[in-house]
Design a protein around this ligand. Sequence first.
Ligand SMILES: [Zn+2]
Length: 292
Amino acid sequence: MELKDRFLKYVSFDTQSSEESESFPSTDKQLVLLNYLADEMRALGLEDVTVDKYGYAMGTIPASEGCETAPVIGFIAHVDTSPDMSGKDVKPHVIEEYDGGDIMLNGSLTMRVEDFPELKDFVGHTIIHTDGTTLLGADDKAGCAEIMSAAEYLMSHPEIKHGKIRLGFTPDEEIGRGVDYFDVAAFGADFAYTMDGSSEGELEYENFNAASAVVEVQGRNVHPGYAKDKMINAIQVACELNSLVPAVERPEYTSGYEGFYHCVGFSGTVENAKISYIIRDHCSEKFEQKKV
Ligand SMILES: [Zn+2]
């Protein structure tokens, strides 16, 4: 199967994960694609194809003759899509030979080059986009399709010599649980790569520390006419607290290894207020300080 057709097949599966769910994987529908990928690996002739009780699908491209002692290389991608937007009934559009212009997603939504200047890097390429009503699901079905197409190519081109290669497809990455039950020993790779990036040729080889925090403020509501020395306005307290967080340590002012505090939610009344943050830092010491 051609890479593009394989990708279009994968995005037809609704595999949205759910933060609210306490089961693993968080949604059963992810298993449909995970089992499909396992069947596809078997059909391509891969060995040791398994789907474990958590849904992780794995398979092996055996080493070429004479390469049995080479390090085992793994390739990993996740099947789930973000809970932020629906990934059901995706209607992908394919543009061959993209001309560099604005892209009409539907009658009322246009992806403008002015807003997404990186589109200019893809003039002449094939572009696949959504109709704007759902996610496309390229994160990370593009990775799944890349890995499976590479596997198909290697299986049918024995002249390309390689060591043992392991493939792994995982659920629940988008909700931060993708590695929770990943069986590292069963996977058995000496080195592995997750195919889940942004641009061609990019290689990320390290990661930040991540935490989230929710601060709840209990105020004291009093009739404003009698409020002097009595009222505690939870909104004002929350604003004051937020203003104490270093302003320059926000994502819009940081880059590279600089960590940040990012306010992702703020709601309140006089009685109660709630602020949500995410915290990121590459340095574990600074990360701990930020959490404190
Ligand atoms: Zn991803």
